[in-house]
Design a binder for this molecule. Structure first.
Ligand SMILES: Nc1ncnc2c1ncn2[C@@H]1O[C@H](COP(=O)(O)OP(=O)(O)OP(=O)(O)O)[C@@H](O)[C@H]1O
Ligand SMILES: [Mg+2]
Length: 330
């Protein structure tokens, strides 16, 4: 299959100017401006294929939004190449935007003073969406995103969750084959988050829309994305299946046991006691060393157990480990 997005050795540097101080400094600034370079995106290459729903994650300042701005044609790369379908985003921007959709959770793409309904109407004209198609899409999105309660409210008066849903609708009215979602669940309550997730899933599954999703919410990733790319300091740390990553790094599991009586030394092979309080003992073990059922079986042969619980290491902890230790997997 041909890739829908091809990014090759993509880099973006920002120049941060440092002014000379004082009166003479202001004069010097005119002809001698000092700056430092921030390598926001540093030699990044990847392929994205039609129909994929990819999580693009990384800590604050990693370079996610900068990448998305280059992919949507808002920024020109310092070096490297991007091709999306037949387009080079920043060169063909005017035609290109008709084929993609984008939601930036941090700011709206709608008209601040217009009611949602009018904002969407305006997009119909800008994107030249045929009337029947527009109506079909709007009816469908209104129902799923529950827009009806605020269709006549000016965008500036919307709550964050309402605004995000309106933005999502706006990004998809023209049936783009590809959408970029930069933190579409930021600041949303659990119910709104769930609604947005279901919408993303619906669009991907039912329409085959290719989606690149940026989020700090690991639950978004776990629920939605088969493949993820992790970026930090402008470099891709990982590009592969989410499940593989969790299997590889998230090996540590926890077994909490309440024994029926007190045991002096309830040790067991292949598991480590990490906490102990009377009859309550917590073991840590590795998925690749022993299965939970085998461990429980061994324990129950030696000791009398009243209750137990197995927990996987939280996905958040796995991701945090990777960020903190800069683990490189590829
Ligand atoms: N317009 C700009 N001028 C100078 N530096 C910038 C600019 N935009 C971003 N940067 C810097 O580039 C780096 C990458 O920023 P970017 O916004 O791409 O990160 P991000 O991964 O989206 O982070 P977050 O999760 O916080 O949204 C950061 O160090 C940031 O300070
Ligand atoms: Mg960002």
């Amino acid at each position: 299959m041909e890739a829908i997005i091809k990014a090759d050795r993509l880099s973006k540097d920002y120049k941060i100017y440092k002014d000379h101080k004082g009166y003479l400094g202001a004069l010097r600034n005119l002809f001698d401006r000092r700056f430092t370079l921030v390598h926001a995106v540093n030699d990044v290459s990847f392929r994205i294929y039609p129909g994929e729903l990819i999580g693009y994650i990384g800590p604050n300042g990693a370079g996610k939004s900068t990448t998305i701005k280059m992919l949507t044609g808002l920024l020109v790369p310092t070096s490297g190449e991007v091709q999306v379908n037949e387009f080079i985003p920043w060169k063909d921007r005017k035609d290109y935007v008709k084929h993609i959709g984008a939601v930036f959770g941090q700011r709206t793409t709608l008209w601040w003073d217009l009611p949602v309904r009018d904002s969407l109407e305006l997009l119909k004209h800008i994107y030249e969406i045929p009337s029947d198609r527009f109506k079909q899409n709007l009816d469908s999105f209104r129902a799923i995103l529950e827009l009806d309660a605020f269709m006549d409210t000016p965008v500036r008066s919307l709550s964050l969750g309402q605004r995000m849903r309106a933005d999502l609708c706006a990004a998809l009215l023209h049936d783009p084959k590809l959408i970029f979602l930069d933190e579409p669940t930021i600041g949303l309550d659990v119910v709104a988050k769930q609604r947005v997730r279901e919408f993303i899933q619906f669009i991907n599954a039912k329409r085959g829309t290719t989606i690149l999703l940026t989020t700090h919410d690991t639950a978004d990733i776990a629920k939605l994305c088969k493949r993820i790319m992790i970026i930090d300091h402008g470099k891709i740390l990982y590009d592969g299946e989410f499940d593989e990553l969790i299997k590889y790094y998230g090996g540590s599991r926890v077994l909490s046991v309440e024994f029926a009586e007190f045991y002096q030394d309830p040790t067991i092979d292949q598991a480590k006691i990490i906490q102990r309080d009377g009859v309550n003992v917590i073991y840590s073990f590795k998925r690749e060393d022993i299965s939970a059922s085998k461990l429980i079986h061994q324990l129950s042969e030696k000791y009398r157990i009243r209750d137990l619980e197995v927990q996987d290491q939280a996905i958040e902890d796995v991701i945090r480990d990777i960020y903190e230790n800069q683990l490189l997997y590829n």
